[in-house]
Design a protein around this ligand. Structure first.
Ligand code: EPU
Length: 358
């Protein structure tokens, strides 16, 4: 196992923020985690788990030991007439996985094309787009506990998925004693942030394949093209085109995707806002609450194109903050806080950032 020192993190975060890791270990397999835990000096250090760096804002150099997950491999582990289970190394690139599944003739992930980041990060924030969330295709995952060294398999319930949320985003109540069930796996309800490393994710692609077409942008594509029964490849191509038109390519313009979650309000709160703001974009949810489009709220406050230093609000989608060149994490967060204040003052709604601030 190699412990690299003073590693530049700019290539490893999609915001392209300049920062370094004092120490970094590349986790190519569970054996590397065993070696980290067996080393008294490394085992005692706080850790930061880095996947594709597509959902983080670095506000300074990282003093914790960075575990960069680079576990590779993808294979079909089960195929029945109900569906296919695919097991994927956490370090694999998410979009390349989606493209690979289609090439193999396994549809089901096409709505999630072009989401930046790694497979291991996909359950952490329960990635979602165009009417589909990771949890809709999730089977189970393998994780290694950084406190006990135990390995376990977690199902969807144990991952505690919510909208852009899971147990992996929340710090443990008490890292040393977070409760383990009889099977050694953590009990639902306890945060696992920086406590476990996800090494493999298994996805379930149901048979027969059914397209997910409810999202407005996809309905528009069907109308424009006259294609009413698209296949998975067609949906993949549409999603790639929609994303390319709306969202900045992180390879060209640093960003972390949507910077805020779409807030949920009660029906009464929504009616109250509609009285004042009749054009507000809102979607009723099955649970009776209403989801508001954060991008619309920010746009309505006039933020498109505005900047703090080199951090700016993307001109074509106000929910995305971008790095116009050498932005610091501090500039990004100053801009984010100014947006939160103005949305709160106008609408009475507190926006919650989506990325993890490091
Ligand atoms: N809107 C505006 N102005 C803007 C941005 C959006 O008026 O500047 C309006 C749009 O016209 C539309 C509505 O807001 O009526 C929603 O916009 P959009 O369809 O672009 O989706 P979103 O709610 O802004 C969410 C996800 C995206 C995901 C898309 C498609 C969140 C936080 N974001 O964005 O996810 O790709 O839906 O499903 O849920 C991400 O998480 O990084 C991400 C990009």
């Amino acid at each position: 196992m190699l412990v690299e020192k003073n590693v530049p993190l700019q290539p490893y975060n999609t915001f392209h923020i300049v920062a370094k890791a004092f120490s970094l270990v590349r986790v190519t397999g569970v054996d590397v985690l065993d070696q980290v835990l067996a080393d008294p000096e490394l085992a005692a250090q706080p850790r930061f788990i880095l996947g594709g760096g597509s959902n983080i804002v670095l506000t300074g150099d990282v003093r914790s030991l960075v575990l960069k997950v680079e576990v590779m491999g993808r294979r079909v582990v089960q195929e029945t007439d109900k569906g296919i289970v695919i097991e994927v190394g956490a370090g694999e690139n998410w979009h390349e996985l989606v493209a690979w599944t289609l090439d193999q003739g396994y549809p089901g992930l096409e709505n999630l094309a072009m989401i930046p980041g790694t497979v291991g990060a996909s359950p952490v924030q329960n990635i979602g787009a165009y009417g589909l969330e990771l949890q809709d295709r999730f089977h189970s995952l393998d994780a290694t506990d950084l406190v006990t060294g135990a390995r376990y398999t977690l199902d969807a319930a144990q991952c505690g998925f919510g909208y852009r949320d899971s147990v992996f985003k929340h710090p443990p109540a008490d890292a040393a004693t977070a409760a383990l069930g009889d099977d050694g796996a953590p009990m639902t309800g306890f945060g696992l942030r920086d406590r476990v490393v996800i090494t493999h994710v298994r996805l379930f692609l149901p048979k027969p394949w059914k397209p997910v077409l409810g999202y407005a942008d996809l309905e528009r594509k069907m109308l424009e093209t006259g294609i009413t029964t698209p296949d998975a490849r067609q949906i993949f191509d549409w999603v790639c085109a929609i994303r390319s038109a709306k969202l900045p390519n992180p390879a060209v313009l640093g960003n972390a995707g949507s910077f805020f979650k779409n807030p949920q309000v009660t029906r009464e709160q929504c009616d109250d806002i509609i009285q004042r703001e009749p054009r507000i974009v809102h979607y009723p949810l099955d649970n009776g609450a209403v989801k508001l489009a954060a991008g619309w709220l920010i746009d309505a406050c006039g933020w498109k194109g505005k900047s703090v230093g080199n951090a700016a609000v993307y001109e074509r989608q106000a929910l995305v903050l971008v790095n116009r060149g050498d932005a610091t994490g501090g500039e990004v967060m100053t801009l984010a806080r100014a947006i939160q204040t103005s949305v709160y003052e106008r609408f009475g709604i507190q926006l919650e950032p989506e990325p993890v601030v490091v």
